[in-house]
Design a protein around this ligand. Structure first.
Ligand code: XMP
Length: 517
């Protein structure tokens, strides 16, 4: 068993980032709900525990808490924001609303003799986010302070506790990753010998154990996540996996064919069924313009298609399908619902999470539910998939439906497919395909007046969206050269009937999202 760090989740939007940083440092990490039993943590491979942040106040009515026995396991515990306040609360300290709430960049002065700040500058910028603060805790040593917070970081040697009133896991904390690494390597004494290859091995074993001798149907979109999931699950259960590629009529231009070609070339050993369900999807979506309704309809219909395919497998005598596998990623989960029942709020129902019906009848198999896109890319490369698959730009399951900001028709889909193909081709030809995380066209339900030749035109606006990101949780608009933007604009207006104006979207995430719906 690999050395393990357990993160206990108190509902912060960035809990998973902690786990991701720990894995990046080469230590295996699991997230458990804060209500998990301490017996689950009493294992020789568990070297330390991190209590995440969370939106609650320890004195709030529904404040999540933790079994006090976690402080008696004999291993180091680190508390981040809420995790630190809760520790104070449970160990005889006092927590009070701060006179001045601190959010955002703050300078701290730290005790560099403490192992948590080993080899780091005494003054550093961290990302604070707290309304409450700790007044005192018995047996505490202050190891960092800021102007407004005399206990910005603490140590309680008696219970091997380290607490920080800021978020070391976010990139805005200048030396945050180094602080986490100090906790892992100089406090928990981890060796750091875990790598992505180990994830594959462990996940293959987990999938085999979970699936037993049942069959699995996997929703394949041709994107990175589901393609890598197909290879991983195939490695685990071989011919008992059937991949189903559904054409929902909302794919990009020529994509139905290109995904099948890609599959034949790189994932050929796994079984593929292609289902053209264009008419079903477009029929159900007719007249629907509400984004959440579209997402739910599409999610439900995908599941209907998967159910039908599962039934066919059963009727053919091959065996019983008990699982639906998906390439769901952590950002899909966190934005669609709160993980572990925590209080994070729903941003949009990613079709493969929030769009699923309650009576699904199939168990979900989602090996990447706790990974980020770049981690899945690393898994894909490790599994031998080529860059052309691993570095495909992300494409949402509901497809062009969430890029047509009105009701959907076959004609609007055609117009958007044409414009989108031009955007993709121009950005790739200009050599920005890898640097820009996602690039696509959006069809707006706004008509504007134009003039072409001597004719007046009155047609739709198309927006170009191109963003840079590392994990899709945050994004910035790409600073594309003006001549490239100009080329895309004039080609779209000249070549695509139905569009007479092009605009460039310069919104970051947050406050925007990457997709328009
Ligand atoms: P947003 O629009 O939420 O998108 O900023 C974040 C990333 O997720 C993709 N996305 C989806 N992927 N099913 C998916 O598989 C969905 O329903 C879905 N909605 C958005 C989006 O393209 C971006 O990469």
């Amino acid at each position: 068993m690999h050395e393990t760090i357990i993160v206990l989740d108190f509902g912060s939007q960035v809990t998973q980032l902690i786990a991701r940083r720990v894995r990046e440092a080469g230590v295996y990490c699991e997230i458990l709900p804060c209500t998990a039993s301490v017996d689950e943590m009493r294992r020789p491979e568990v070297k330390g525990i991190i209590l995440s942040g969370g939106p609650a106040s320890v004195y709030g009515e529904y404040a999540p808490t933790v079994d006090k026995k976690v402080y008696g396991l004999g291993i180091p515990v680190m508390g981040i924001c809420y995790g630190m306040q809760l520790t104070a609360h449970l160990n005889g300290g006092t927590v009070k609303p701060a006179d001045e709430r601190e959010f955002g960049r703050t300078e701290i002065v730290c005790d560099i003799a403490n192992p948590l700040f080993k080899d780091l500058p005494q003054r550093q910028t961290v990302w604070m986010s707290h309304g409450d603060r700790i007044e005192n805790i018995p047996g505490v040593n202050a190891i960092a302070k800021s102007d407004n917070c005399p206990l910005a970081a603490v140590e309680i040697p008696d219970i091997k506790f380290y607490g920080v009133q800021f978020h070391p896991e976010v990139v805005h904390s200048e030396h945050g990753f180094a602080i986490l690494k100090n906790f892992l390597f100089h406090i928990c004494n981890c060796k750091g010998d875990w790598e992505m290859g180990d994830f594959i091995e462990e996940e293959v074993a987990r999938i085999r154990a979970a699936v037993g001798d049942a069959h699995v149907v996997l929703g394949l979109s041709g994107g990175v996540d589901s393609s890598v999931a197909a290879v991983l699950i195939h490695k685990a259960i071989g011919s008992r996996l059937t991949c189903v590629f559904v054409n929902n009529g909302l794919l990009r231009k020529d994509e139905a064919q290109s995904v099948q070609d890609m599959y034949a070339e790189h994932i050929a050993e796994a079984k593929l069924v292609y289902v053209d369900a264009t008419d079903d999807f477009l029929g159900l979506l007719a007249g629907v313009s509400d984004p959440e309704k579209k997402r739910k309809i599409i999610g439900n219909e995908f599941v209907e298609v998967f159910r039908r395919e599962a039934e066919k497998i059963k009727l053919s005598g091959e065996g019983e399908v008990k699982f639906l596998a998906q390439g769901t990623l952590y950002p899909d989960v966190i934005e669609s619902q709160s993980v572990h029942g925590g209080p994070a709020s729903v941003i949009k129902s990613h079709h493969n999470v929030g769009g699923l019906p309650e009576d699904l009848e199939l168990d979900l198999l989602e090996p990447f539910r706790f990974l980020f896109k770049d981690e899945v890319r690393a898994v894909g490369t490790e599994l031998g998939l080529p860059d052309s698959v691993v570095w495909r730009q992300p494409f949402p399951g509901p497809g062009l439906a969430v890029r047509i900001c009105s009701d959907i028709t076959a004609e609007k889909t055609r117009v958007l497919q044409e414009a989108d193909a031009i955007v993709r081709q121009e950005i790739e030809d200009a050599g920005f395909g890898r640097e820009v995380w996602q690039y696509f066209a959006v069809l707006l339900p706004v008509k504007t007046v134009g003039v072409m030749g001597d004719e007046r035109t009155f047609e739709n606006v198309c927006a170009i969206r191109a963003i840079t990101a590392t994990d899709g949780m945050t994004a910035d608009f790409a600073q594309l050269p003006h001549d490239l933007l100009g080329r895309m604009s004039s080609r779209i207006i000249n070549e695509v009937r139905g569009i007479n104006r092009v605009v460039y979207d310069i919104t970051s995430k947050p406050p925007g999202t990457i997709e328009w719906e």
